[in-house]
Design a protein around this ligand. Structure first.
Ligand code: NAD
Length: 359
């Protein structure tokens, strides 16, 4: 066995119902005295409760999905003008992403308090959008120094968004099985993440205000993002990145819809992934397990429900083909991409091979 696995320096605290105290201790540990809190307007109240005891010099609520460059610049300027020495983010991936954009150019430490299952807080990946084009990169400076996970903060996340966001975390797990740098440790983390999501998401839909399912989902969020950050983007993330950037599709829902189609495509050529995921789902096959989970939680089904049109399929095929990661378990042809996108567009059952559907 030969591999290199890097564990990034990050403190992680699970503190259900105790985010405020845990956050205060993390900020103290980092010796900060001039904190900027980033939280979008819908999460402002949540953020105020969690950060009430901190030495806050600025509250910043100018947050937008995919971090437009102008939004990042305004946040960076605010941090500089107020002499900020630490950034606290309270929110989903868009909010965490803005904190990372500030860290990227200022080097300021970030402490993240996630309120969705997107997992950005546990990766060194940053993203910025300019003129409708999304650029991503990896930089150790953007990795939050500490993360405080409090399942109680995700109770207000509506069930459909919780499901989509949880399936976004599951997509990290699945792609970590065959990402370009995937190693045995990533696969263990990803398999445990998939198991916890399969256990947790149905509990969230059954009892949205209960903590049991939400704790499982947050635990899985962290595992999935750690695995993904190490393994790198596989076919699934490449496809969603192109679609999301070009058609401004909602992030979590796009991942939730595309995932079973990529799994159905790759799994037959990736026996270890197939075996680990089937076991994680407690099912006869990975795709059957994912199908059952998606049924149980009423998962988002079709890209056409989110603004992607049938006529968008052909023009986007070349960009996706270009981005297929080297080492994907299967070679990918233009016809494969077209069939996969068509199935995702119409919400076809991924267990039925596309050739059968076409006949
Ligand atoms: P988001 O942050 O845009 O949040 C989605 C919606 O949920 C927003 O309307 C938000 O206000 C609301 N919300 C968040 N928490 C809530 C709560 N607890 N209760 C009620 N409403 C709540 O979406 P997201 O899916 O969390 O993140 C998507 C973004 O994150 C994308 O830009 C994506 O590219 C990025 N992302 C980056 C990485 C990475 O590693 N860099 C990983 C995953 C996602």
């Amino acid at each position: 066995m030969r591999f290199v696995h890097e564990s990034p320096p990050q403190r992680v605290r699970f503190a259900s119902g105790e985010a405020a105290g845990a956050l205060g201790e993390e900020v103290d540990r980092l010796g900060a005295s001039r904190v900027m809190v980033i939280a979008a307007p819908p999460e402002a109240r949540l953020a105020e409760e969690v950060t009430a005891g901190l030495p806050v010099v600025h509250r910043h609520d100018d947050v937008a999905m995919h971090v437009p460059l102008a939004v990042a610049e305004r946040a960076r300027n605010a941090a500089r003008d107020r002499g900020v020495d630490l950034v606290v983010t309270v929110g989903g991936g868009s909010t965490t992403g803005l904190g990372k954009a500030v860290a990227l150019t200022t080097g300021l430490p970030v402490v993240a308090v996630p309120t969705t299952y997107a997992g950005s807080e546990a990766t060194s990946v940053w993203g910025l959008t300019e003129d409708g084009r999304k650029t991503t990169g990896t930089d150790a400076r953007v990795l939050p120094r500490a993360v405080v996970y409090d399942a109680a903060l995700t109770v207000s996340l509506p069930v459909p968004m919780s499901v989509a966001s949880g399936l976004n975390a599951l997509a990290h797990c699945v792609d970590s099985m065959w990402g370009p740098r995937a190693d045995p440790i990533d696969r263990v983390l990803a398999a445990e993440g998939a198991r916890a999501l399969a256990a947790g998401l149905p509990k969230i839909t059954a009892e949205p205000t209960g903590l049991a399912g939400r704790e499982q989902a947050l635990y899985a969020t962290y595992l999935s993002a750690r695995a993904f950050s190490s393994a790198g983007s596989g076919l699934h993330h490449k496809i969603c990145h192109v679609l999301g950037g070009r058609y401004n599709l909602p992030h979590a829902q796009t991942h939730a819809v595309v995932l079973p189609h990529v799994l159905a495509f790759n799994a037959p050529a990736a026996p270890e992934a197939e075996e680990r995921l089937a076991a994680a789902f407690g099912a006869s096959s990975a795709i059957e397990g994912l199908h059952r989970l998606r049924q149980a939680v009423d998962a988002p089904k079709a890209l056409r429900d989110y603004g992607f049109e049938e006529r968008d399929i052909d023009p986007v095929v070349p960009a996706i083909l270009e981005s297929v990661p080297e080492g994907n378990p299967r070679a990918v042809t233009a016809g494969d991409v077209r069939r996969l996108l068509h199935a995702a567009w119409e919400g076809a059952d991924p267990r039925t091979p596309s050739t059968e559907r076409e006949n």
